[in-house]
Design a protein around this ligand. Structure first.
Ligand SMILES: *[C@@H]1O[C@H](CO)[C@@H](O)[C@H](O)[C@H]1NC(C)=O
Ligand SMILES: *[C@@H]1O[C@H](CO)[C@@H](O)[C@H](O)[C@H]1NC(C)=O
Length: 300
């Protein structure tokens, strides 16, 4: 018997809709892949679970990047859990089975927690690729180009800079692919995830700092060689955690000719580029509630 959509109870519709929503971070299930993945054959890219076509294309175009992507997926998981170890929400729901990749509601709805995880995922993949370029772990890229601006009299450019000009576009193409698919999820969710992904990109740019090595007689540091290097991922995660704590709730509303995300409670202003945004409030995460995706704080 076929039931017409109008006759479906709201709950069923909502469940169907929710199951469509957050496919954007399914690539994180790659964290379960064996370390010594061997990608010597284009066919192998098809075997990677839970990727959308554009992500498979990245694999095919750059097979050597797969081990870096797997490494990044693991780092997202451990960094998220370390960064939130002292919080009520402790990022345990980031771990899901590869075979039935379905996130709990805390990450499957457009929550503040999802905002953090999307931003961290983007930041982590950029960080990992950019550092791998500098470390010589990838053949397709190397050290960042030396800045052309005249250096300070007391230092000269040298060393090997982390290559975010290579890492950022490649990582972004990969992580944002699910949100750029036509039918992937609601427009509001896509806008939210893409915005937060961009906040992750900014956080990495901000973490690119001047690093120097001293030379000179007996450590006199009369000459310094400097390059732009990335801070540790945990610093970036702390920055994003601060933005998580002050994240802005938004609504999806017509602005001009298109629907946009705008802050819900504040006077009319556009969303700031630097702020994390979310569409749905979270529970307080004190007590266990499967329906809301809360594991609670028992035994902690
Ligand atoms: C690819 O790797 C697999 C396992 O590592 C190996 O059995 C196979 O011969 C390799 N194929 C090519 C084309 O190198
Ligand atoms: C998160 O908290 C729950 C409930 O206290 C606990 O069972 C789980 O092991 C914690 N997970 C992590 C990764 O700390």
């Amino acid at each position: 018997m076929r039931s017409s959509p109008v006759a479906w109870p709201l709950g069923v519709l909502a469940a169907l809709l929710l199951s469509q929503l957050c496919s954007g971070i399914k690539w994180l299930t790659l964290s379960n892949s064996p370390v010594a993945l061997h990608f010597n054959h284009t066919q192998n890219c098809k075997l990677l679970p839970n990727l959308v076509p554009t992500q498979t294309q990245v694999c095919r175009a750059h097979p050597e990047s797969v081990k870096i992507i797997v490494q990044a997926a693991r780092e997202v998981k451990t960094t998220c859990q370390k960064t939130f170890a002292d919080m009520r929400w402790n990022c345990s729901s980031i771990e899901i089975p590869v075979e039935t990749p379905k996130y709990r509601p805390d990450l499957d709805r457009g929550t503040r927690e999802a905002a953090f995880v999307y931003a961290l995922s983007t930041a982590t993949l950029i960080h990992t690729i950019s550092k791998a370029c500098a470390a010589g772990d990838l053949k397709m890229c190397g050290c960042a180009n030396r800045p052309s601006d005249a250096p300070d009299p007391d230092f000269r450019w040298g060393g090997c800079g982390d290559n975010i000009n290579f890492g950022s576009p490649l990582a972004s193409r990969f992580v944002d692919a699910p949100m750029k698919m036509k039918r992937s999820s609601s427009h509001a969710n896509k806008l939210m995830h893409l915005h937060n992904s961009d906040v992750g990109r900014q956080a990495v740019r901000k973490a690119l700092v001047l690093k120097c090595k001293c030379h000179g007689v007996s450590g006199s540091c009369s000459v310094r060689t400097c390059w732009r290097g990335l801070q540790d991922l945990k610093e970036i995660a702390m920055d994003l955690k601060t933005r998580y704590l002050s994240a802005t709730k938004v609504v999806h509303r017509p602005m001009g000719t298109r629907k946009q995300l705008v802050p819900k409670d504040i006077d009319i202003r556009p969303v700031r580029e630097s702020e994390l945004v979310y569409l749905h409030s979270s529970p307080d995460f004190c007590s266990k509630n499967e329906k809301l995706g809360s594991v609670g704080t028992q035994d902690r």
